[in-house]
Design a protein around this ligand. Structure first.
Ligand SMILES: *Cc1c(COP(=O)(O)O)cnc(C)c1O
Length: 221
């Protein structure tokens, strides 16, 4: 019952245009079912193996988001069903997703992950690296992936000013790509930013997709 109440509270506090991705990593099937029965359809996981078994075990109208770092060799396991891959952090990974999507006769939606935080441990492109990729002829030839926006994670800190600056930065990166490389791409419209601790700030800074775990399901071990 807590999960349903949490979902209702969070949904009520975010605009209806913002997609709420319930981050269910490490959580048991029954807890996902509780969220599903409360009407939740977008779920996020960060491990391929866990994503695979949960896809098998849960209702088929769930939209599964891969939100974590994804290794190229594991893409084929999720290519048949994944709804959106948030963490595209290398050209190699994007090319692999394209290849596996082609085998499944799908076009897989992806977000380019940008490194906006201060920690060096977080994955992602710089704007220069991303533009170099997007402007390359090889990128243009990828017909089975569609870049629908950007994703980023803020620094893990209590400093809300810094968090806000990092989200503003990601929004600026989005605007720059939208003005240039994706000018004619109406599908390029998503900014995935914001987690349990910072999703309100993220929405104020233009997030269209928040990835919320512990505020829905409780703390992870
Ligand atoms: C775990 C995770 C989240 C959710 O984190 P919470 O703080 O539990 O809301 C969001 N995004 C990514 C990439 C994650 O790995």
């Amino acid at each position: 019952m807590m999960i349903e109440a949490n979902l209702q509270e969070i949904s009520a506090s975010i605009p209806s245009s913002v997609t709420l991705v319930a981050v269910s990593k490490t959580k048991a099937q029954e807890l996902l079912e509780e969220a599903y029965n409360a009407g939740q359809r977008h779920f996020g996981e960060n491990r391929v193996q866990e994503l695979e078994w949960k896809f098998e075990a849960l209702p088929k109208d769930i939209k599964w988001h891969m939100i974590g770092h994804l290794q190229s060799k594991k893409v084929k396991k999720i290519a048949p069903f994944v709804h959106l891959i948030h963490g595209v952090d290398s050209f190699k990974l994007l090319k692999t997703i394209n290849k596996e999507a082609e085998k499944c006769d799908r076009i897989i939606d992806c977000l380019i992950q940008f490194h906006i935080a201060e920690e060096s441990t977080k994955f992602g492109f710089s704007i220069e690296e991303a533009e170099e990729m997007i402007n390359s002829p090889e990128f243009f030839s990828l017909k089975n992936v569609r870049i629908i926006g950007v994703m980023g994670m803020a620094t893990f800190t209590e400093n809300t000013t810094l968090i806000r600056e990092e989200f503003t930065h990601l929004h600026e990166i989005f605007n720059q790509l939208k003005r240039n490389q994706f000018r004619h791409a109406s599908y390029f419209k998503e900014i995935s930013m914001g987690m349990s601790g910072d999703y309100q700030i993220a929405i104020e800074e233009g997030s269209t997709m928040v990835r919320v775990g512990s505020a829905i399901f409780g703390a992870r071990n």
